[in-house]
Design a binder for this molecule. Structure first.
Ligand code: GLU
Ligand code: ZN
Length: 492
């Protein structure tokens, strides 16, 4: 086994990349990078009925979007390829043949119907359903008869009937399994395709993996895989099973708990940085109390020793909080470029405008971004800069437009702004204060209705930042329009 760490993420392309898978990929990448090792992506697509190319490319796309770059695998290649199991069937056939030749595996001619019948009978009599090994020692006559019947055999591994199999897990320590609970499981299906537990071991060995870091749900597969390693005479890698991710009510995470796939989170306006930061904390804890972690810092600190044994609880509120943090803190150009597609999708601007008005959009994002938790929300909160609206926030109408002098104040305010020489943050603010002062009012009496008039909302960035960015013409027009609206809609 090479000294250099080699680890892999080995998804089955039977659906999109979910946060559980992304977290497994992340921990493998962290472990590889921390140890200056190699991170491999291998697509386990031997299950021809459930695997799709679309899922494979979606997984690849999601991993790339998250910035979980692999060193060997699809699109990258590498010395140990191909990295799609469907392209490695020759190797599995060669390896299983060795086991057949050595008498460590055998053909089983039992049909699915027979197996089902026996399983049901076992369950009925209260026994654990296990394959009884009846094809271990078939005579050549029996085999000939089965073949003549047109039966297509599977291949099973001979598993010791007694004893124990110990898994040394880097997170959980020693876990002992009784061999008697295992049966001679199928390693090759009757359609000539290996099962997961066989193909996985052959590849992990052929690709010289040093550590197998995967989800806890695979812990029960590990003793089976150890039997495959032993039968093939392969050296064992080290194992680490990362804890499950559960919903807040400790049930299995599912659709009803909201978004679970990486692309759904992306489409809802979460940044890759936030998801990575959040996933880092799902089952792993840093030394200190710091919760905001960039990938580089996590790589420096990461160790399997700090991975928890207990399940991690998924909490979208925390993810959203982290996302708000990154929206505020990351490079302004970067955030601007991230929000533009959301604005285009919502019809707030078009492609052309996103280029021509880029600098303008950037200024708007700059003053607005600390109020949004997602890119989607950010796009909504800045829409008023680009589009007129014809609805005012209900609460604002009650609080600010229903005041006796609201329409009049807005009209006067608009006039003052129209006549200003210079139109800046400071001059507009002074004009507002002078006007309200001369009427014996507080500035807020004008600021609140103006905000509602020009943005449609009661909260948002500093009003004078907005006024300047929106520009005199639009501000004046919207203030006058609001005054009219009040006169028409609010009975005195
Ligand atoms: N293809 C398996 C899965 O997606 C891989 C498990 C493993 O890492 O061994 O669950
Ligand atoms: Zn059989």
């Amino acid at each position: 086994m090479p000294n250099k760490v080699r680890v892999r993420f080995a998804p089955s392309p039977t659906g999109s990349l979910h946060i559980g898978g992304a977290r497994t990929a992340l921990f493998n990448l962290l472990f590889a990078r921390h140890n200056k090792g190699t991170f491999i992506l291998r697509i386990e697509d031997t299950d021809t009925e459930r695997s799709t190319e679309e899922s494979a490319s979606q997984i690849v796309r999601s991993l790339k979007w998250l910035g979980l770059d692999w060193d060997e695998g699809p699109e990258k290649g590498g010395e140990y390829g191909p990295y799609f199991q469907s392209q490695r069937l020759e190797l599995y056939k060669r390896e299983v043949q060795k086991l057949l030749d050595e008498g460590k595996a055998y053909y089983c001619y039992c049909t699915p119907e027979e197996l089902k019948e026996r399983r049901e009978a076992a369950l009925k009599s209260g026994k654990a359903p296990r394959y009884d090994g009846r094809c271990r020692n078939l005579s050549s006559e029996q085999i000939a008869k089965f073949k003549a019947e047109g039966r297509k055999p599977t291949i099973r591994l001979k598993v010791p009937e007694q004893g124990q199999t110990e898994v040394y897990d880097l997170i959980r320590g020693k876990v002992v399994f009784e061999n008697s609970v295992l049966d001679d499981f199928i390693i090759f299906k009757s359609n000539g395709v290996p099962t997961y537990n066989f193909a996985c071991v052959v590849d992990d060995h052929a690709m010289e993996m040093t550590h197998i870091i995967r989800a806890e749900e695979h812990l029960s597969n590990t003793p089976k895989q150890i039997h495959v390693y032993n039968a093939l005479g392969y050296e064992l890698p080290q194992f680490a099973h990362v804890p499950m991710i559960l919903a807040p009510d400790r049930s299995k995470l599912s659709k009803r708990h909201g978004a679970t796939s990486v692309e759904e989170f992306r489409d809802q306006g979460y940044l890759a940085e936030s998801i990575i930061n959040y996933l880092t904390l799902l089952g792993w804890s840093p030394e200190g109390n710091e919760e905001i972690f960039g990938l580089d810092k996590t790589i420096e600190e990461f160790s399997l020793k700090r991975v928890n044994k207990t399940a991690a609880i998924y909490d979208v509120k925390k993810l959203t909080w982290i996302n708000g943090h990154y929206l505020r803190e990351l490079d302004l150009d970067y955030i601007t470029k991230q929000v533009i597609p959301f604005m285009i999708k919502k019809g707030i601007i078009d492609e052309q405008q996103s280029k021509e008005d880029y600098e303008y959009i950037k200024k708007i994002v700059d003053v607005s971004r600390d109020r949004a938790k997602t890119l989607d929300e950010l796009a909504d909160t800045i829409a008023f800069f680009f589009k007129d609206f014809d609805e005012y926030e209900e609460k604002g109408i009650r609080k600010h437009f229903s005041k006796e002098n609201a329409a009049e104040l807005l009209t006067k305010g608009a006039e003052v702004l129209e006549n200003l020489q210079e139109f800046t943050h400071d001059t507009t603010e002074k004009a507002f204060r002078d006007l309200t002062g001369s009427l014996g009012l507080k500035a807020a009496a004008l600021i609140h209705p103006t905000r509602l008039a020009i943005t449609g909302r009661t909260i948002g960035p500093g009003l004078f930042d907005i006024i300047v960015l929106l520009g005199r013409e639009k501000v004046v027009e919207r203030m006058k329009k609001a005054a009219e609206w009040i006169n028409e809609n609010i009975s005195k």
